[in-house]
Design a protein around this ligand. Structure first.
Ligand code: NAD
Length: 424
């Protein structure tokens, strides 16, 4: 029996603590969380309690942790988007293997620096492009690689974000404002850039993009909506049923249905009517969606040319019901469509259609992203244990490509240019 891999957490928030670290609770023989850096008291205390972390290995800031001798085999960097590159590079320089949340960073130079640091230090780096590790996308890839579709000619991919998810994360939440985090095409869709690269198995050469923030602005506020920069749903005279974005309605239903996981656990840890009322009256998630300081796009399209003249169109939109990704692949011998659950493949030679349902992975609370959250931490722990980069599907160089595509798409959207993707 080999010793469990030891892991430090840098940023024990939703992703670091409530997702990846839970793997160690369920598979303690594989890995242990032995150190934590987290400024927020509740989350730090929770990390210590769940993982019995020794007081000497508890820090309020990763900058304190990095001053210590190496405390673990690997570190999970799950701070906010703008705070990825500094710790990721510092930990790699100290010899840690790193599981790095996406986006790698919010500037092209930082992304390149992160990839270079992994190479220079000869450490393992896995970027959390979790979709690659999901059974569903692995199954799609298997169909493509089997050759049944012939040569791929076109791909259509749609990221249907979900109106409530968009309002939560991209209007009221952490990814609403480009200067504070990153553009929507990076924060949300670097996953999609990456999954297209993964499925097609070739590089993107050129792209153009259009999109804007069309709806979540003051001009679109209903007359009943309260006014002012801190206006809240609880002050609104519009009946909650008349506004799809009503925070009391959405989060209140979750509370009454006892759904205490994401996104309710982002707005409060006090799962009572009083706890919710306080969060909606004081916190960011009770704000009127028409009066927030949001500026990221609520819809965007990207047209891409991949190697071998494969033409790809991608749409991301807030204006859908559930969050789900749809993919269509058109090949010379067949076509495939997938809706994140069911994969249909028609072979033009036999005119037969086969339909496969990919069972959803629901392992404890790591079933997110179609089971990709579970898949990535499992494969990362194994890679660290075996010192083998082969189980990492989202290493530095390949992940950098997806980020360069997202940066290029944003430049194109802002300037009207057709962008060439400059690798290397
Ligand atoms: N892979 C995915 O599909 C996916 C999904 C959601 C979020 N994310 C990304 O994961 C990252 C974290 O998101 P989250 O929702 O967990 O955010 P979060 O705010 O819940 O967690 C970030 C944590 O970092 C802590 N932190 C801040 N400064 C720190 C410091 N100096 N040292 C140590 N810790 C510090 C914060 O207190 C917070 O608890 C973001 O970059 C986000 O974009 C990825």
């Amino acid at each position: 029996m080999t010793k469990p891999v030891t892991i430090a957490i840098c940023g024990a928030g939703y992703r670091g603590l409530q997702r990846y670290a839970t793997y160690a609770e369920h598979f303690p023989h594989e890995c242990r969380i032995v150190a934590v850096a987290e400024p927020r008291q509740w989350f730090r205390a929770e990390a210590i309690a769940r993982h019995s972390i020794a007081p000497v290995n508890v820090f309020l800031d990763w900058r304190e942790m990095i001053k210590q001798p190496k405390l673990a085999d690997a570190v999970i960097v799950a701070t906010q988007d703008k705070d990825h590159s500094e710790p990721a590079i510092a930990f790699m320089n100290k010899g840690y293997d790193v599981l790095l949340e996406k986006p790698m960073a919010t500037t092209e130079q930082e992304c390149r620096d992160i990839a270079a640091a992994a190479k220079r230090n000869n450490v393992l780096l896995a970027v959390c492009h979790v979709l690659r590790y999901s059974p569903y996308f692995r199954a799609l890839k298997k169909v493509i690689d089997s050759g049944v579709l012939g040569k791929i000619v076109n791909v259509r991919h749609v990221e249907r974000i979900g109106f409530w998810h968009f309002a939560h994360s991209y209007v009221r939440g952490n990814w609403r404002n480009e200067a504070q985090s990153s553009p929507m095409i990076m924060a949300k869709c670097c996953h999609d850039m990456d999954i297209m690269r993964f499925l097609i198995g070739k590089r993107c050469l050129k792209l153009s993009s259009f999109g804007s923030l069309s709806h979540f602005t003051a001009e679109n506020a209903p007359p009943e909506a309260p006014k002012g920069p801190n206006a809240r749903c609880v002050e609104c005279s519009l009946a909650t049923d008349s506004c799809p974005y009503s925070a009391p309605k959405f989060y209140g239903k979750m509370l009454r249905d006892k759904e205490f996981d994401w996104p309710l656990n982002i707005i409060t840890q006090d799962f009572t009517e009083a706890g919710l009322a306080k969060a909606l009256a004081e916190g960011p998630y009770g704000r009127c969606v028409y009066r927030c300081d949001n500026d990221v796009c609520d819809h965007q399209v990207v047209n891409m040319l991949f190697e071998d003249e494969i033409a790809v169109d991608f749409t991301a939109t807030a204006f859908t019901d559930a969050e789900v990704r749809h993919t269509e692949i058109m090949g010379t011998h067949g076509e495939l469509s997938g809706d994140s659950k069911i994969i249909k493949v028609t072979d033009f030679r036999t005119r037969k259609t086969t339909t496969t349902e990919v069972a959803a992975l629901d392992i404890t609370n790591l079933g997110g992203h179609l089971g990709g959250d579970f898949g990535i931490i499992q494969d990362f722990v194994r890679a660290v244990r075996e010192r083998n980069p082969e189980t990492i599907l989202s290493g530095p160089e390949i992940s950098l490509e997806a980020h360069l595509m997202a940066f290029a798409a944003e430049r194109s959207r802002k300037t009207g240019s057709v962008e060439t993707i400059a690798l290397g």
